[in-house]
Design a protein around this ligand. Structure first.
Ligand SMILES: [Zn+2]
Length: 109
């Protein structure tokens, strides 16, 4: 099989999988020797899904919308995510854009 992204040669390796800074472990993946794109095997994907369910981070992605509060724009954080992260009103956060399509929010110390 060649890389679906760049058609480069693929090599089977153990690659680390992490979600939200939680390292799940290393899993078999086909890695492109040219563009470094990682494709986890079907068996690895199943193991990753099982691990996500086991540690309670399965399906935490939610849609939310930007709204107004006074003159500011606000983003509502879905309850499942707030509960998982232990977020409370008044918690300090820092936000910065990564390009034009990604907004990164990090909890302040
Ligand atoms: Zn590639």
């Amino acid at each position: 099989m060649n890389c679906p992204v760049c058609n480069g040669k693929m090599k089977r390796k153990k690659e680390q999988y992490a979600y939200n800074d939680i390292v799940f472990g290393r899993f078999d993946a086909d890695v492109c020797t040219k563009c470094r794109e990682v494709f986890f095997t079907e068996k690895s994907s199943d193991a990753i899904d099982a691990k996500a369910k086991e540690i309670g981070v399965w399906g935490l992605e939610r849609e939310t919308k930007i709204s107004y509060s006074g003159n500011s724009l606000i983003i509502r954080i879905p309850k499942a995510i707030a509960s998982f992260m232990g977020l409370k009103k008044g918690r300090g956060v820092s936000v910065h854009p990564e390009g034009k399509t990604k907004l990164v929010m990090e909890l302040a110390n």
